[in-house]
Write a protein that binds this ligand. Sequence first.
Ligand code: ARG
Ligand code: ZN
Length: 461
Amino acid sequence: MSTTVAVLAITALTLTTEGTAVAAVAAKAGAPGLGDPYFPLAGNGGYSVRHYGLDLAYDPGTKRLDGEATITARTGGKDLRTFDLDLSGLTVKSVRVDGRTAKWTRHGQELVVTPHKTLRRGAAFRVEVTYGGVPADVTDPDGSPDGWIATDDGAFVAGEPQGAMSWFPADNHPLDKASYAFEITVPKGYTAVANGVLKSQRTSHGKTTFRWDQREPMAAYLATATVGKFNVQSYKTASGIPVYNAVDPREAAEAAPALAEIPEILNWETKRFGPYPFSAAGAIVDHAPDVGYALETQTRPVYDRAPDVGTVVHEMAHQWFGDSVSLTSWQDIWLNEGFATYAEWLWEEQHGGQSAQASFDHYYASPATSGLWAFPTADPGSGENIFASPVYTRGAMALQKLRTAVGDRDFFTILKSWARGHRYGNGTTAQFVALSEKVSGKHLGPLFHTWIGTAGKPAKP
Ligand code: ARG
Ligand code: ZN
């Protein structure tokens, strides 16, 4: 891990009024990444973002995206001479910092910005980046497309773990969460769906602009601006949460039964996990057969096809586990996927299906040679493995082991305190283990070591 900042600027000599020479504090270059072991260049050092204002225009015909990102940020404990944003592809037209033209260069996914003057430590600053082009999606280590993925009628937009940088300049690591405002202009007849609450929708001169507001903190990978020809359904749940569903007509009939469960899923998950963390909910059901996955985009998951109920339960469980409580490091991805998978097992158990223990037993029957046991749940080894079964299924199995070890009462207390204690923030595996021990008063080191800390099939279920 290197979260250090590199010393770039030469220490300057300044004359004080007394005439003695003193060394001014050396200004630094913010590191190009946060040192995540799996994605070392993800995120950037030296500052953190408070808010992204993303002004986008997309033409599904030419597939061209034009953007202006206004980023409000604050420097950390060091004066900052240069800093990076993550951006891949596209053409940068201008960068301004605090209203003044800034110098910039590009190295791979790093947009390196040199403001007209050094940013003082602890200071708020504003970056405006104007850019455009035909976005190229990012290919993840597991071979999946990620980011701005063009479809036959728009774009499927989902950024886990890296793809945000294919459509806006960002501090692209879940450690740096911020609020977002989107203003997305598309040709009339198309719908642009982002996160949070729809503030307005206006059509003039053949174009429609959608303004969306995501006030609670969000990791960059959870942002979306999915565009397509959609049927729109919006309503409020009994508890007052606005639901906005955008559905590709080609998927509408098949998606209807699962979407109809959204209010009940919200209700049920709130009972199991604690208060719903966000001020909006819903779903984007696209027709994007080449994508191959759904993503828990904040408040409003995006599905590449009509989902079944289990998938909706999974993506909505991520709103607590992954979105509100975010990863500190990608190797802890089981804190997202193991939990969302366990939510599916619990839903089944409590809706007339098999018990979570039966799901556990089913998977435990997998032979020792199965990929399920190929690497440790809590450290799958590299970005290539973060979406594999040892993370999802074995992660859920670990939670079932925890549940049987501590009992239902303590187990649900643990899940709720996890969601409450790290709400809108980040968590680590070590913190989850410590919380489980604290709530239950049991020594759980061996259990977690066996179920998330090692590879290989554990001897006894
Ligand atoms: N977090 C998503 C889910 O489990 C999966 C994202 C897969 N992304 C990828 N690039 N393979 O619902
Ligand atoms: Zn998931």
